[in-house]
Write a protein that binds this ligand. Structure first.
Ligand SMILES: [Zn+2]
Length: 69
């Protein structure tokens, strides 16, 4: 076993563990910023929540009110 592959990426902002292992391809991660590094979801939301191009899922769209028929 190559135990070093089990190291989790840490958030570059708060240094908390992220859900991603180091070997996880950056293209298949959420909250990864090209040129910067891996963020945890909390920091990602803090930094990017004012942007439209969120790609962390629709659960963040709490401002979108459900249509009432
Ligand atoms: Zn963080």
């Amino acid at each position: 076993m190559n135990y070093i592959l089990k190291i989790k990426e840490k958030c570059i902002v708060c240094t908390d563990d992220t859900p991603y292992m180091r070997y996880t391809h950056t293209g298949s991660r959420e909250c990864y910023v090209n040129g910067a590094g891996q963020l945890c979801k909390k920091c990602w939301i803090e930094i990017y929540s004012d942007k439209d191009e969120l790609r962390v899922g629709t659960s963040l769209s709490s401002h979108t009110q459900p249509a009432i028929a």
